[in-house]
Design a binder for this molecule. Structure first.
Ligand code: OX2
Length: 802
């Protein structure tokens, strides 16, 4: 859209006056934010309605991305950017004497997800709109997002995230689109005169699912897609015997997000959440389709439903239920439609994270869904036991060991199953879903994750953005592959200096932020070494900490090193004791290092509390080193690795997840690889001959660093230090931290040396930025569109051109 600075100023003053009955200079920052958000929303309404109308008129095939988590990040700047009016609005605000960034900072960050999985879902929403794909999100409107993390005496404390306290400016309540979701009770199957079974529900607990729609604005293309988040409410005609307790129980369904990441949780409420949003989503999709079609025959040509991990896997039996019970389609026809419609992404190889539910809990909560799964299970066995044998089918049938096994259900009921990086997709076939791969090899495929450079570069990294515009023009903003033009300037020393200057500016800004948040004065000239992700043993923040302890000891011995600032951001699941112990140790190490003037000349450590999307936007542009150091074979993909490379950080990495593709993209010279490979680790597992203690005994540096955990050198961590020490030595170091220690240190020494040559460093940064475009989620969703969803992306501009 087009909007001049002058128009904006007039409209902004006008809306603020209407809203708050006061002139601008009487408004609080929060009020200014609300007024600006409302004005921005008013620009979105029309293209939103038009996009919807166009999809309906043209009978566009639509994608529905079902995810129990979305992490959209703040939306004001991103919406202004995508509408094409960010510069005008900022200029207008400046002219009014207002600080744009201060207003942007008044927006709450909707933490409706844990980490990579939720952020990926939101990147896909942004990307689908931006490439003109008819893509809708389906999720949960959690009253409270992921907990707010604070540190008290170095321990993680979890505080409620009341993110909607000031309302959520971007949502629209659609009460007229509510549906009823039924829980519990029992099901009667009664033959009817027409020959169909009539399904009669008795004594169910009914919950009203009310949708709140959020606009997903495409980049400069007049496309606005829909993210539908469901809220649980008491049924409207609940009757006089409806108690406050019942109402409370219903409200609970969408009250909190489960704070897990890559971990299965056995909570009944979680299962309720899963059925709640999948059933609501399926019902609303079918209802919309049926408004313009009198049978379900063509449904699969108009609708693709994707399930983001197994949390929405009940979409499969739920679609079967609606097709058969409500639309009177036969089993065979319903199954044909369901298979064609559904597709599934797996996000983890950790076996403890594969979702399973006890059958008695499951069948009590959703009896009709359970019946349908029983029938899927029966037919699956009937067809495949003769071909593949009882033992194998017992291992992978949807029902087994008294459990409903969601990954198997998802795989059996989807026409496509993908992993999120090549190594991960291969390991799915080799390990976790091996038996299913034997039966359905054609279903398996890879779709490497992606990120949105709009948020991470255009919004997050203004100094770099301006530099790029000046050097290679602005096409990279629309097509990030254009970043490859940077290769032409790999030996342009002026430009390399400019790159370093942009990085330095970002580092100064982050240093200021760090001082504000944790009151540590850091040296902006240090190497900024960043590890930002959930705290999990397999991600090995512990290896990073042991590296810091080794540096501490070396500096104490008098060694001089280039100054390094280690920056951590990480939340641990509240129930994950070991991860929380690591947090305590990390904070204690930070205190030790920063408090020792001999050491802090060369080494500083900051652990920023409450890491999330908004904080990532501040940290990433300032990073020199990106730590991606998971045990090989454990991290499905990672996406912070992609964001950090696009900011020109050098990746310090194991050969895991998408690190491998980053290495292939930039070449061996522009990435620092270390550690055991997945094959080597598999070898240790097979032979059973990993002995962590041998490394401790044989490597004096490792020995000394580990001893610090238990010898009192780090104040305040008696039990935590001992527990971690034992996990590594007594319990033989499940994640091969000790085995990788030596090569990790060697890789770090190479980086230290390299940093002494700023232009050579900048050249490597340039290579990373230049090759980061391929990881744009725009390309990822186009691959999903072509190969899985079978949809064609098209924008209003395409119509004009045609
Ligand atoms: C994460 C994976 O751990 C991470 O490797 C991946 O990049 C991300 O999903 C997006 O694909 N919960 N979170 C994940 O997996 C699960 C399960």
């Amino acid at each position: 859209m087009s909007l001049t600075k002058e128009q904006f100023i007039t409209e902004f003053k006008d809306i603020a006056l209407k809203l708050y009955a006061a002139p601008l200079d009487d408004l609080s920052t929060q009020q200014l934010y609300q007024a600006l958000a409302l004005l921005t929303r008013s620009y979105i309404g029309q293209p939103w309605a038009e996009t919807k109308k166009r999809y309906d008129q043209e009978e566009t095939k639509q994608v529905f991305y079902f995810s129990i988590e979305f992490l959209p990040g703040r939306l004001l700047q991103s919406n202004l950017l995508n509408l094409g009016i960010l510069s005008e609005v900022e200029a207008g605000l400046n002219e009014l004497g207002l600080r744009p960034q201060k207003i942007f900072d008044a927006e709450a960050d909707p933490g409706l997800g844990n980490g990579g999985l939720g952020r990926l879902a939101s990147a896909f929403m942004d990307a689908m709109a931006s490439v003109g794909m008819a893509g809708n999100g389906n999720g949960i409107r959690y009253q409270y997002g992921l907990f707010k993390q604070a540190f008290v005496n170095g321990y993680q404390v979890e505080l409620p995230d009341d993110w909607m306290r000031n309302g959520f400016a971007w949502e629209t309540r659609k009460e007229n689109r509510a549906v009823t979701v039924k829980f519990g009770g029992w099901v009667e199957l009664r033959p009817s005169r027409s020959g169909n079974l009539r399904v009669i529900y008795h004594n169910t607990d009914d919950v009203l699912a009310v949708p709140y729609d959020v606009a997903m604005v495409g980049y400069h293309n007049q496309v606005v897609n829909n993210l539908r988040l469901w809220s649980a409410e008491a049924p409207i005609n609940a009757g006089t015997d409806f108690t406050l307790e019942q109402k409370e129980r219903i409200n609970q369904i969408t009250q909190i997000l489960y704070p897990d990441d890559s971990d299965a949780s056995g909570k009944q409420l979680r299962l309720r959440q899963e059925y709640f949003f999948t059933s609501a989503g399926i019902q609303s999709i079918v209802r919309h389709y049926r408004r313009t079609h009198n049978s379900m025959a063509g449904f699969a040509d108009r609708v693709a439903i994707h399930i983001n991990d197994t949390h929405p896997a009940m979409a499969i039996p739920e679609l079967m239920r609606v097709l058969m019970d409500d639309e009177h389609v036969s089993w065979d026809e319903a199954w044909r439609i369901t298979l064609k419609v559904m597709s599934y992404t797996n996000h983890t190889l950790l076996s403890e994270a594969l979702e399973v539910w006890p059958i008695d809990m499951f069948s009590g909560m959703v009896p009709r869904i359970y019946q349908i799964i029983q029938e899927i299970d029966r037919r699956f066995r009937l067809v495949f036991v003769p071909q593949f044998g009882q033992a194998m089918i017992d291992r992978i049938a949807p029902l087994g060991n008294g459990q409903v096994r969601m990954a198997y259900l998802a795989s059996i009921g989807s026409h496509a199953i993908n992993g999120v990086a090549p190594i991960h997709s291969e390991l799915l076939k080799k390990d976790v879903l091996h038996d299913l791969y034997q039966i359905f090899p054609e279903r398996f495929n890879n779709k490497t994750n992606g990120i949105t450079p709009r948020r991470w570069i255009q919004i997050g990294d203004r100094p770099l953005s301006h530099l790029l515009d000046k050097k290679i023009g602005t096409t990279w903003r629309k097509n990030p592959l254009a970043l490859r033009q940077l290769h032409d300037f790999a030996d342009d020393t002026r430009f390399l200096d400019d790159l370093n200057a942009a990085k330095a500016e970002n580092k100064r800004a982050l240093a200021k932020y760090i001082d504000q948040v944790v009151h540590v004065k850091v040296d902006p000239d240090a190497i900024f070494d960043v590890q930002i992700k959930r705290l999990h043993a397999y991600k090995r923040q512990l290896l990073h900490v042991l590296g810091i302890l080794d540096a501490y000891l070396a500096i104490k011995r008098g060694e001089k090193r280039p100054k390094r600032l280690h920056i951590f951001g990480a939340k641990a699941a509240p129930s994950y004791v070991y991860a929380k112990e690591i947090i305590k140790v990390m904070n204690a190490v930070a205190d030790l290092v920063n408090g020792d003037p001999d050491v802090s000349k060369y080494l500083q450590v900051v652990f920023l509390p409450n890491y999330g999307v908004t904080m990532a936007e501040k940290i990433i542009p300032a990073a020199d080193i990106s730590e991606q150091i998971s045990t090989a074979g454990k991290e499905a993909s990672g996406t912070s690795n992609m964001k950090l490379m696009s900011a020109g950080a050098l990746t310090l990495a194991t050969l895991d997840g998408a690190n491998i593709e980053i290495k292939d993209a930039v070449g061996d010279d522009n990435v620092e690889i270390f550690g055991l490979t997945e094959e080597e680790i598999a070898g240790y597992y097979q032979r059973g001959d990993y002995h962590a203690r041998d490394f401790y005994d044989q490597d004096p540096r490792l020995h000394a660093a580990l001893d610090m955990l238990v010898n009192g050198q780090i104040p305040g961590i008696e039990t935590e230090g001992r527990d971690i020490f034992n996990s590594l030595l007594t319990y033989n170091d499940e994640y091969f931290v000790l085995a990788d220690f030596e090569s990790y240190l060697a890789a770090n020494e190479r980086l230290d040396k390299l940093y002494q040559q700023p232009r050579i460093w900048a050249k490597k940064a340039l290579a990373n930025i230049a090759e980061s475009g391929r990881f744009s989620a725009d390309f990822t969703v186009q691959r999903y569109g072509r190969e899985i969803w079978h949809v064609v992306a098209k924008t209003p501009e395409d119509d004009h051109e045609a």
